[in-house]
Design a binder for this molecule. Structure first.
Ligand code: ADP
Length: 500
């Protein structure tokens, strides 16, 4: 089974998955850290504010009146608070927002508040004015100060501890300080802005993470491309060799230990293959050459003997059978020689200006006796055409295709030979018969050497399986192409396109 995904994609997918997991974990970790830090800062700030508030509670109450009047004054204070840059102090920025000692203390305060508590007073004022906070004070479990404390809300459960009680209600973070029987102070902070900033941070971190994954993907793609390049090169060379370019070799440029030894081994294998193929071609060529003369001599002997008159019928019949077989052998040897020459790239003759229609007519006339014997009528549709072409190739191509059409055609049906085209587009020769046809699974194979499609069909005279291989060899050596269409029982149509 051939894998559908390349090595490069496999590595790429795993690498991207791994990178995505690492980046996701990193993003979650950074976000959590930042969230914890912000929460810690809010709690620290609230804790400090509660302490400040506890220290100067009587003064705060005196300064800000009764619970009823407080809401109004606080709201006004909130509006006034807008005069502060960025709407007041932000807990996230730690103690930076806390007023500096001695700054902003009013004239009355200087007289009534101990020296060390001035800073606390400023903080208290800031807490009361800043609309991001709300404050509530209970004296002996009775609400005695209310600054923006949500209406109708009762005092939260209170468990005293040295660090106070921290709790989150929706968007608000609250801390309560004091003793159960004495004053209780609650300060709440609206975390909406902080949550928005955290959400924005989450988006930025996610965006950054996606960018890292994309960049990682691109760099990974380039890196894997570089890593698998030697394999692609091996693949390309192997394809070239499979296409018959046996002289191709793998270029060992950047040898990595494993790949270089594989490349060397493959190059040695390709060299051995090329040598073997050359031996085989040479053997075919030499054998065909060597066989030609004895076959011609035997043929001559038989013809001379027959011509001198053989009285015995049986002997004469045997001589005719020998002559027929010798003719077949000669044509096969001729074919093998032609293939060997094609393999060696030898060209027997160059192109010449010739009337292609006349070349085809000559072949048709030569094969007329065979057509009559097969009971087939050859029908020609030839456009008169003079072009520069290798005439020997056209002869051989038409001869082989027409011989097949007569051999595999049906008695009583016709065979059509057509020629069309022009000097610019090249010529097209079509040979069509209406005989047995070729099965679909054989269509790709019939141009292979020694391939005979229907093994059940009794072997026809002169059937060797190299006729179409020779046609294909000639057509392709002339820069043309051959194709076939067929349906079993309907016949076959061969189309040859040749450039001029
Ligand atoms: P052969 O000498 O056997 O004809 P070819 O190479 O010319 O060798 O043809 C190969 C095979 O293709 C033949 O054996 C035959 O089965 C099939 N073939 C070729 N031409 C035709 C045709 N016109 N109709 C049907 N089958 C054909």
């Amino acid at each position: 089974m051939i894998a559908k995904i390349s090595i490069r994609w496999r590595i790429q997918i795993w690498q991207t998955l791994l990178l995505s997991v690492i980046v996701t974990l990193l993003v979650v970790f950074l976000y959590q850290k930042e969230k914890e830090r912000s929460q810690y800062e809010v709690d620290r700030d609230l804790g400090q504010r509660v302490v400040d508030m506890m220290r100067l509670l009587p003064h705060v109450k005196q300064m800000h009146g009764t619970p009823e009047t407080k809401r109004d004054s606080a709201n006004q204070g909130g509006r006034r608070g807008r005069a502060h840059p960025k709407g007041g102090r932000r807990p996230r920025h730690g103690g930076e927002g806390r007023p500096k000692p001695g700054r902003g203390a009013d004239r009355h305060g200087e007289r009534s508040i101990p020296e060390g508590a001035r800073n606390s007073r400023e903080v208290n004022e800031e807490t009361i004015k800043n609309p991001d906070y709300y404050v509530a004070v209970w004296t002996k479990n009775k609400l005695s100060l209310n600054v923006r404390f949500p209406e109708g809300r009762v005092a939260p459960d209170f468990t005293p501890s040295p660090a106070g009680v921290y709790q989150t209600r929706g968007n608000y973070r609250e801390v309560i300080g004091g003793a159960p029987s004495e004053n209780k102070v609650l300060i709440g902070y609206n975390m909406e802005k902080m949550n928005q900033e955290l959400a924005a941070l989450a988006w930025s971190l996610s965006g950054g993470g996606v960018c890292i994954v994309i960049v990682g993907f691109i760099l990974g793609w380039l890196a894997t491309g570089w890593a698998v390049k030697p394999i692609s090169e091996i693949n390309e060379v192997a394809s070239e060799i499979a296409d018959g370019k046996l002289a191709e070799r793998i270029d060992i440029k950047r040898p990595s230990k494993e790949i270089a030894s594989l490349q060397r081994e493959l190059n040695q294998t390709f060299s051995a293959l090329e040598k073997a193929m050359e031996h085989q071609k040479k053997f075919t060529s030499d054998a065909s050459h060597e066989l030609r003369n004895p076959l011609a001599a035997m043929m001559l002997e038989i013809e001379v003997t027959l011509a001198s008159g053989v009285d015995d019928d049986e002997t004469r019949e045997s001589l005719y059978v020998c002559k027929r077989n010798l003719t077949e052998m000669s044509s096969m040897v001729q074919g093998l020689l032609a293939l060997a020459r094609l393999d060696e790239g030898q060209v027997e003759a160059g192109p010449e200006i010739a009337a292609v229609d006349e070349i085809i007519l000559e072949t048709v006339e030569r094969l007329q006796p065979m057509a009559e014997e097969a009971g087939v009528e050859i029908h020609t549709e030839l456009e008169p055409m003079k072009v520069e072409i290798v005439t020997a190739h056209v002869h051989q191509i038409v001869d082989n295709l027409l011989t097949n059409a007569l051999k595999y055609g049906k008695a009583g049906k016709k065979v059509i030979v057509a020629l069309s085209g022009n000097k610019d587009t090249g010529i097209e020769i079509v040979v069509q018969d209406f005989g047995a046809g070729i099965a679909a699974e054989d269509l790709d194979e019939i141009f292979e050497r020694f391939y005979r499609a229907d093994t059940a069909r009794p072997q026809q005279d002169g059937s060797s399986g190299i006729g179409l291989a020779i046609v294909k060899g000639f057509v392709e050596s002339s820069g043309g192409s051959i194709s076939v269409t067929s349906e079993v029982g309907e016949g076959a149509t061969f189309r040859v396109k040749l450039p001029c």
